[in-house]
Design a protein around this ligand. Structure first.
Ligand code: CP
Ligand code: NVA
Length: 338
């Protein structure tokens, strides 16, 4: 058995720097195996439940293809398919699913739900995004940073936008654990909660990461190696469009902001967990354009398509990293102590 065997991934703060680094390196290794066509059936004969209360393209696809590549069988259970929390308690659902499935992915609203699933199912549970955290995304993101720069030390990652959503929370805490300098650049109304800042500061003390929370764009983005943003309105907050557009307009990633980093060429990349609103081609894009008179939201189309953009590599890395997470916690891998 390894330090990972049988464990759940509910929040980044439950994992050490060495453990997260191991998962990032295992992701890179599994990507290499996939590219070379080398089979890696570490989950032969296992059954994986994929629970989704909220929509998903990447997380669902990544868990599905990762499970199949690992030799496991994935089963999708959407919000309208099962009783979770409506007609049946989370506890009862967890007991039943745990008796049939070897691992459970959960995406939804409450962090408490994913914790209860882990507590009562008796099998590893992986958090595929809650209102609070997005931990599987973190392994892909820092894997992408490591691919781009070859290392994580001395990297400054600046997240601009809604500073108190799941992505901001996860980036701040995970960067702090990994020794990556993280800045959250957000309007005061949307700056991270004290609870999240406290976690991050505690980890930064151990890792040496330098943290900054600021509403000043020029100061925040200066020296960024990674410029990161996310939607201004997360799933479940669709009534907040107007408020967010007004607050976040100055925090858009555009060519000007890229210049303000003072970095260029190999010293800068752009990331976005996706989905992104960068033009009016989507239903949301059209709606925002008509109602608020702006054609781009958190990132301009020009920046999104610039030479710095790595969001599609990042998206692909979701699969490799989710594979690593499932293989490490459920597979028969020999993993040295990390
Ligand atoms: N980044 C991410 O989690 O994408 P989905 O919502 O499409 O899964
Ligand atoms: N903050 C976004 C992330 C989507 C991957 C949301 O919760 O909708």
């Amino acid at each position: 058995t390894s330090v990972f065997q049988g464990r759940s991934l509910l929040a980044e703060k439950d994992f050490t720097r060495g453990e997260l680094e191991y998962l990032i390196d295992l992701s890179l290794h599994l990507k290499d195996l996939k590219k070379r066509g080398v089979p890696h059936h570490y989950l032969e004969g296992k059954n994986i439940a994929l629970l989704f209360e909220k929509n998903s393209t990447r997380t669902r696809s990544a868990f599905t293809t990762a499970a199949i590549d690992l030799g496991a069988h994935p089963e999708f259970l959407g919000a309208n398919d099962i009783q979770l929390g409506k007609k049946e308690s989370v506890e009862d659902t967890a007991i039943v699913l745990g008796s049939m499935f070897d691992g459970i992915e959960f995406r939804g609203f409450s962090q408490k739900t994913v914790e209860e699933l882990a507590e009562h199912s008796g099998v590893p549970v992986w958090n595929g995004l809650t209102d609070q955290w997005h931990p599987t995304q973190m392994i892909a993101d820092f894997m992408t940073v490591k691919e781009a720069f070859g290392h994580l030390e001395d990297i400054t990652l600046v997240y601009v936008g809604d500073g108190r959503n799941n992505m901001a929370n996860s980036l701040l805490v995970t960067g702090a654990i990994l020794g990556v300098n993280v800045r959250i650049c957000a309007p005061k109304e949307l700056s991270p909660t004290q609870e999240v800042v406290n976690y991050a500061e505690k980890f930064a003390k151990e890792s040496g990461a330098q943290l900054m929370v600021t509403d000043d764009v020029a100061k925040g983005v200066k020296g960024a190696n990674v410029l990161y943003t996310d939607v201004w309105v997360s799933m479940g907050e669709e009534d907040k469009f107007e408020e967010r557009v007004n607050l976040l307009k100055p925090y858009q990633i555009n060519m000007d902001m890229i210049k303000q980093t003072g970095n260029q060429n190999d010293n800068l990349i752009l990331l976005h967990c996706l989905p992104a609103f960068h033009d009016t081609k989507t239903q949301y894009g059209k709606m925002v354009s008509e109602e608020f008179g702006i054609d781009e939201m958190e990132i301009t189309d020009e920046a999104f398509r610039s030479k710095y953009a790595r969001q599609f590599e990042e998206a692909e890395n979701r699969m490799h990293s989710i594979k690593a997470i499932m293989a490490a916690t459920l597979g028969n891998l020999f993993i040295p102590r990390v």
